[in-house]
Design a protein around this ligand. Structure first.
Ligand code: GLN
Length: 443
């Protein structure tokens, strides 16, 4: 069978292709020479599958899409507080190149506008690094996100730098407030180099997928940055990534995103997918016209809005039944799926709401594929309280979803690989569902 997804992407490109509205970013002269008709879209899955249509390998400069990644590097290299001290996280509601800083402190409002991005660039790498070393750190870092070595487009870099009066003005303002503590020109040169890194839509989708994948590049397997950094970056992308169109984007599309004036646009949907589009004509906000349309289409067609999540918690308890006969009877609470706080609450409710007559209680985790830290601790507290109530508690955990379980004071739990270790006549779940001793859980 031919895959559905490339066909879908080709159709989506066909839908937006006739729209030739918008303008190339002429304020960087070299960008004004780009081919305005280029169009491409890529989906990158979190296990490294790439689906694309159109111009997915054509290279263009990353521009502002470098901002979230450099912010991630600064957070990883310097820690949160030194960075937050110098760059805020408030949406500015202003254009990307607005010369505005927080009243009093001079702090840029967020790292997605130029003022914040120039500051974030100055914070990449260890303190005391010279400007050349910092650029190297940034290009190394962007390359790690992309999973291949990236290069700089020298012509675009020189073209932007020759006319960088606005960014130089911003940097001088930052210097006057001591947000920048070094030569503003050198920092702007580094930032412009960072913006001139060449990428394809394919690279951008992998970079986005790395963010969606908790910081692990799906192609190389490298943990580029850690989860707390990813959370911070995605939050800022969600609130500030589309500049003064951020609110519209959040409600219509609902995917943490970032655009660049060369026509790139990325979206990173945590736990699901990295998306990139490329189409150089820009709207009044500096966002790719056809890129925005494609993302609107992807979000509604594929149900990708981050606020639209499946209601999975109630089904965490698959069944609550008794296996075995009288003296051999075991209360089996069979769990399934991914368990977080709301799912763990269902387990607590199941155990707290019933005084089980059986001495032995088994929590069956064999159909659970993930459990986060909070849910794991709640589950262990359930086992501890069941022990204190006089039960012998078992965890059926063949894949060590809860490794080395320690229920704490007064708790005791025995881990087994299979229910058959504790029950002589194990019912298959489907049989148990209709068995007399079973208490079926509504889903
Ligand atoms: N290098 C560009 C600038 O600083 C990046 C802007 C953008 O892509 N929005 O003006």
């Amino acid at each position: 069978m031919r895959s559905i997804i490339p066909d879908y992407l080709t159709d989506a490109l066909g839908d937006v292709e006739p729209d030739v509205s918008g303008e190339l970013a002429a304020y960087i002269p070299e960008l004004a020479g780009a081919d305005p008709d280029r169009l491409g879209a890529v989906f990158a899955t979190l296990d490294g599958r790439i689906y694309g249509a159109g111009d997915i390998d054509h290279e263009f400069t990353i521009q502002s899409i470098s901002k979230p990644f450099t912010y991630a590097l600064a957070l990883a290299d310097r820690g949160f507080y030194p960075v937050l001290d110098k760059v805020g996280v408030e949406p500015s509601g202003e254009a990307f190149n607005q010369i505005s800083l927080e009243q009093g402190t001079g702090r840029p409002l967020n790292p997605m506008i130029n003022a914040g991005a120039i500051t974030a660039h100055s914070l990449a790498g260890p303190q005391g690094l010279d400007p050349a070393g910092r650029v190297e750190r940034v290009i190394d870092g962007l390359s790690a996100f992309a999973g291949r070595r990236l290069a700089v487009d020298e012509a675009v870099c020189a073209s932007e730098m020759a006319d960088a009066h606005r960014n130089l003005a911003i940097a001088h303002m930052l210097r006057s407030y001591d947000i920048l503590t070094e030569d503003p020109t050198a920092v702007v040169e580094g930032y412009v180099r960072q913006c001139s890194v060449l990428v394809s839509a394919r690279d951008l989708a992998v970079m986005a997928a790395t963010l969606a994948n908790g910081g692990v590049n799906p192609l190389s397997g490298e943990q580029v940055v850690h989860q707390p950094v990813v959370r911070q970056v995605l939050s800022v992308m969600a609130t500030c990534g589309m500049y003064d169109a951020a609110g519209d984007w959040a409600t219509h599309v609902g995917i943490p995103a970032k655009s660049g004036v060369a026509g790139g646009l990325i979206g990173a949907l945590p736990g699901q997918i990295g998306i990139a589009t490329f189409s150089p004509r820009l709207d009044a906000h500096g966002n790719s016209v056809r890129g925005v349309s494609l993302f609107e289409q992807f979000s509604s067609d594929a149900g990708l809005h981050v606020m639209e999540v499946p209601e999975s918690a109630p089904s965490v308890v698959r069944s609550n039944r008794v296996d075995g006969d009288q003296s051999d009877a075991v209360r089996v609470i069979q769990l399934q799926g991914g368990i977080r706080f709301a799912g763990a609450e269902r387990i607590v409710r199941e155990a707290a709401g019933n005084a089980f007559p059986e001495t032995r209680v088994a929590l069956d985790l064999s159909m659970v594929y993930s459990i986060d830290d909070v849910a794991r601790r709640m589950l262990l507290e359930v086992t501890r309280r069941l022990t204190l109530d006089g039960h012998d508690v078992y965890l059926v955990d063949p894949e060590s979803i809860v490794p080395d379980p320690d229920p704490g004071d007064g708790g005791r739990v025995t881990v087994v690989e299979d229910l058959a270790h504790i029950v002589r006549n194990v019912h298959a779940p489907s049989q148990a569902m209709s068995g007399p001793a079973e208490l079926r859980v509504p889903t």
